[in-house]
Design a protein around this ligand. Structure first.
Ligand SMILES: Cc1cc2nc3c(=O)[nH]c(=O)nc-3n(C[C@H](O)[C@H](O)[C@H](O)COP(=O)(O)OP(=O)(O)OC[C@H]3O[C@@H](n4cnc5c(N)ncnc54)[C@H](O)[C@@H]3O)c2cc1C
Length: 484
């Protein structure tokens, strides 16, 4: 069945934070008829991977005061929390609140925008997976796994982060075993886990901390082995004074080693003055995109090889409560953290022997466990992704991957660059798929700004883009979205 649009249609594929916020801004700001179609393959639209229904132990890793969905209303989430809890006094701006609550907030934000939209501006939520796409100069046809199609004048890919890659071992047979969970973002595997089972978590980032929190919540008694290349955990959040950088990131040498020296010197100064290194990391954050974009490709690769883990553990910090749990389990001897990488998985009865090569050593140690969970976070290589929609876009030359493989190539507004380098007249993306271009584009503080800017771009076509897109002037006036 093909549904033909009675009025201009903007389709958004993916209803996580990125897609939900692009839809919200379109609904709030459109001043002429518009149909916003938000398509989500998961059961609940509006929450994405991070903020769906889950344990209250899974906390935001940004303080409540930093999580407003709107860049120009910093207190919006705090006000929502106060209304939700019915008492301002219960809302602590510095708290790390359950992510589940944030999902509820996002659904409310979207519902309110839909309710308050102009009469001819409508939201339609479609459940299903978009698996294919055919784009013309003016209209795009999206194909869903169910066989139905949706025609749209503009399409936004808000498809989030890729799933994790399996650990690189020669024999991949184990990855189809029920003892292996490839996707740690689902806690489904906990249901069949027995209390005394030994578990091995691959990776030691924020997702690992979620798993540890859930195991602790269930009173798990079995051994917990945490294994990652460097064996480093995220650093803890602590209050840190506001700091003004002593150097201008836009003028700093575009060289990783020089940048690291500058940052270390700045941290040493701050600590010598009685301050905290976190002040420097927080002051760097608004400049993350500039710093990344100024690095030539070989330097970006150097950063990924040598500095990324260091950057990640300081930049993506954890709520204190989560690290307290880890420390308690270490102290009790239940949790072991090891700097090592898995080299083989050998199934043996109800267990699997995980062969590990400890960092800097040639020998192998073996951990025998009942379950292995891959907590390594998003795959950072778009080239090997198996995402049906992206596959068809790339096959048709409608999208291309940056040469490091971190994401999709886009122009400054998020318009996809086609294989020939021309900006697409109809296809856009937002959030994590822009990582290759922006680096800092995976968390709320960056995405909320991008989502607002993209919605405005979709509603008003600047002259330069109309010219580049050939017949886009007639498309734009046909959309009825340009101001009179
Ligand atoms: C576990 C976790 C915790 C996090 N915690 C925080 C935090 O506390 N603070 C913070 O600022 N950031 C956090 N982040 C970062 C997070 O990535 C961003 O905040 C934001 O949620 C990203 O939203 P998104 O919509 O781009 O991606 P996602 O949340 O991944 O949403 C993408 C959506 O697209 C859907 N989709 C994909 N392909 C298709 C298709 N073909 N058809 C239909 N639907 C499709 C997916 O089902 C998914 O719902 C966290 C991330 C994770 C994974």
């Amino acid at each position: 069945m093909t549904r033909r649009a009675p009025c201009p249609v903007i389709a958004i594929v993916g209803a996580g934070f990125s897609g939900t916020m692009v839809a919200t801004h379109l609904l709030r700001e459109a001043r002429s008829p518009l149909r916003v179609v938000l398509i989500e393959r998961a059961e609940t639209a509006g929450v994405g991977i991070a903020y769906r229904e889950q344990s209250d132990r899974h906390l935001l890793n940004v303080r409540a005061e930093g999580m407003s969905a709107f860049p120009d209303q910093p207190g919006h989430f705090l006000r929502w929390l106060a209304d939700y809890r019915g008492d301002d006094a219960l809302v602590n701006p510095s708290a790390f609140v359950p992510r589940r609550l944030y999902g509820q907030y996002l659904r409310d934000v979207l519902a309110t925008a839909a309710d308050q939209a102009q009469r001819d501006v409508r939201l339609e939520i479609v459940h299903g997976e978009v698996t294919g796409c055919t784009a013309g100069q003016a209209r795009t046809t999206l194909r869903l796994a169910s066989g139905s199609t949706i025609e749209a004048d503009r399409v936004v890919l808000a498809i989030g982060n890729p799933g994790p890659a399996d650990p690189p071992v020669d024999d991949r047979q184990f990855f189809s075993s029920p003892k292996y969970q490839s996707h740690a973002w689902s806690m489904q595997g906990l249901i069949s886990l027995r209390r005394d089972d030994a578990v091995l978590l691959v990776g030691s980032g924020l997702t690992t901390l979620d798993w540890i929190a859930s195991l602790a919540e269930r009173g798990h008694r079995g051994a917990i082995h945490v294994v990652s290349r460097r064996g480093l955990l995220p650093r803890v959040h602590q209050p840190a004074a506001r700091h003004v950088l002593g150097f201008d990131p836009a003028q700093a040498a575009p060289n990783v080693r020089a940048l690291m020296r500058l940052i270390r010197a700045e941290v040493a100064d701050v600590i010598a003055g009685g301050g905290d290194w976190r002040s420097v990391m927080d002051a760097l954050r608004p400049h993350g995109q500039t710093l990344w974009q100024r690095l030539p490709r070989p330097e970006q690769l150097r950063f990924l090889r040598h500095a990324r883990t260091w950057w990640d553990i300081h930049r993506h910090r954890a709520a204190p409560r989560n690290l307290e749990t880890v420390q308690r389990l270490i102290d009790q001897g239940q949790l072991q953290l090891l700097a090592a990488r898995p080299v083989a998985f050998v199934e043996r009865g109800d267990a699997v022997d995980v062969h590990l090569r400890p960092r800097g050593r040639a020998d192998i140690v073996i951990r025998s466990v009942q379950r292995v969970v891959n907590c390594t976070g998003p795959d950072s290589n778009y080239r090997r992704l198996n995402h049906p929609l992206l596959n068809t876009l790339r096959e048709q030359g409608l999208a291309s991957v940056d040469d490091i493989g971190l994401g999709l190539l886009t122009d400054a507004s998020g318009r996809l660059l086609q294989r020939d380098g021309a900006p697409s007249p109809t296809l856009f993306t937002v959030g994590p798929p822009r990582k290759g271009e922006l680096w800092e584009t995976t968390a709320v503080p960056e995405i909320r700004q991008q989502a607002q800017a993209l919605a405005r771009e979709l509603l008003v076509m600047p002259d330069s883009l109309r010219n580049e897109a050939g017949d886009a002037r007639s498309v734009a006036s046909g959309l009825g979205l340009t101001p009179a």
